[in-house]
Design a protein. Structure first.
Length: 151
């Protein structure tokens, strides 16, 4: 866990990779819950019988489910102290090179690739996070997150 105590610490951290995190199991129950929450019940996510003979050999997590876990992983890797407000500003680039099959374990590594000052007391961070899938050569997700923090 890296702790940053202000803008100067964040600027100094650009280019440094953090992680990996601990492994996290993506179980079918979580995939089904995400399908219910988002109304995305495509068979590759929720029909275990049909998906077993499908292109991935099992049901797979929604890509957006994997993306939604990024804050959970980032909170294991870094803490930014002294912030009066933090805002998720968006995503620049998101890719899903490999499926995350139900029952797989995933973990994340993260690199702060950009830090831009906003006014006297703010900063915009660009963080590239790679989600590894256990027993896969390719990552399940690579995403550039944009966040703003005000001190």
């Amino acid at each position: 866990m890296e702790i940053y105590r202000g803008i100067d610490d964040l600027e100094a951290a650009v280019g440094k990779e953090l992680g990996p995190t601990a492994w996290f199991a993506v179980e079918q129950k979580r995939i089904d819950g995400f399908a219910d929450d988002t109304e995305d019940h495509q068979w590759i996510h929720v029909d275990t019988e049909r998906a077993a003979s499908g292109p991935f050999g099992a049901t797979v997590a929604h890509g957006f489910l994997t993306v939604s876990l990024l804050p959970y992983f980032l909170n294991q890797l870094r803490r930014i102290e002294g912030v009066r407000m933090g805002v998720n500003y968006g995503l620049d680039r998101v890719r899903f090179p490999a499926p995350v099959r139900a029952g797989s374990r995933i973990r994340a590594r993260s690199t702060l690739v950009g830090c831009e000052r906003i006014g006297a007391d703010g900063v915009q961070l660009l963080t590239r996070t790679t989600v590894d899938v256990d027993e896969s050569e390719k990552p399940g997700c690579v995403a550039d997150l944009v966040a703003r923090y005000y001190f």
